[in-house]
Write a protein that binds this ligand. Structure first.
Ligand SMILES: C[S@@+](CC[C@H](N)C(=O)[O-])C[C@H]1O[C@@H](n2cnc3c(N)ncnc32)[C@H](O)[C@@H]1O
Length: 300
């Protein structure tokens, strides 16, 4: 299931979106995160990934961070936590890297670097404060902040003030969504999407597309140096499965938001399915990446 239509996320959906995420991520903010971790320190980087799903953030960042690393992948969903092992093993064997069990986690030997990955089940809505920032060097999260509320981001900011650590929050939706070619009902679909973004996803009323500017402003006031960059999905006409998935999701969200618009939405979906079938449709979805680095010394 995709992001906007549900608060449940299947491993299949996360696998489908992973290459689009990978192409969209800001490389310069990821390198800024690496610099903030202190690469000259010989010890392994210790990274916590909030709402890690099946481990896509680890797969994207570990090769960029290069040296030895210890990751804690935190999520509340037992199915996704269970999928981490198979997804990471499949990815590593595609790179010809050796994996084996090690101290309750999975060790990956990637050339000269060794990465140790452990999974942790935690309800971040309830137990965010159980994350021990003092025992990690940096915090990351991907495709998550648009689900949470202002109150939850205040809690995250409070943690980061109490224990300053670099934060890389990638791929938060920012509300831009453009279908090519355009059709008159696109606006109806876009309005429904924006209104659904403000719904409840288990964390109180979600900030949706306002999450990145909200967190950026709060961390800047708290003394962090904050940078944001766009990390948009470009879904070309050759990606018919992904386009159909996005069009169906948009239609579901629109009818959930306003059942009275069902006939207009059904007609829009039929037109979009025809566009996809004829290889005419493409889609851009706006996201933002955020890097926040403490100005003040990080005590480890
Ligand atoms: C869109 S998915 C992103 C997953 C992963 N970061 C990725 O990029 O593939 C959102 C993730 O948030 C997790 N999530 C939602 N509510 C949560 C909660 N209360 N506690 C922990 N994780 C949660 C979901 O299980 C899911 O893995």
């Amino acid at each position: 299931m995709s992001d906007a239509a549900s608060t449940g996320f299947s491993a299949d959906w996360l696998r489908q979106r992973e290459p689009f995420d990978l192409a969209a991520r800001s490389a310069s903010l990821a390198l800024g995160f690496r610099a903030a971790l202190g690469p000259q320190n010989p010890a392994a980087f210790r990274i916590v990934d909030l709402a890690s799903g099946s481990g896509a953030n680890f797969r994207a960042l570990a090769p960029l961070l290069e040296k030895d690393q210890e990751w804690r992948l935190v999520d509340h969903d037992p199915l996704l936590l269970a999928a981490q092992r198979s997804e990471i093993t499949r990815w590593a064997s595609g790179q010809r890297w050796h994996c084996h069990d090690h101290e309750g986690g999975l060790a990956i030997h990637a050339g000269p670097a060794r990465w140790l990955v452990r999974s942790q089940q935690l309800d971040l809505a309830r137990d965010l404060e159980d994350i021990d920032l003092a025992s990690c060097d940096g915090l990351v999260t991907t495709a998550f902040l648009d689900l949470v509320s202002a109150a939850w981001l205040d809690r995250l900011s409070a943690l980061l003030v109490r224990t300053p650590r670099p934060l890389l929050a990638s791929l938060t939706v920012d509300g831009r969504r453009t279908w090519f070619p355009t059709r008159p009902a696109d606006q109806l679909i876009a309005d429904a999407f924006l209104s659904h973004q403000g719904g409840e996803k288990g964390f109180g009323p979600s900030l949706g597309v306002r999450a990145t500017p909200y967190l950026a402003a709060h961390l800047a006031v708290a003394g962090y140096q904050v940078s944001t960059q766009s990390s948009d999905w470009h879904i070309g006409r050759e990606h018919s499965d992904m386009l159909l998935n996005m069009a169906q999701e948009a239609a579901t969200v629109a009818t959930e938001t306003d059942p009275s618009c069902k006939p207009a939405v059904s007609s829009w979906l039929a037109d979009r399915a025809a566009d996809i079938h004829h290889g005419l449709l493409s889609l851009e979805i706006g996201h933002l990446d955020l890097l926040a680095v403490p100005h003040f010394p990080v005590v480890k």
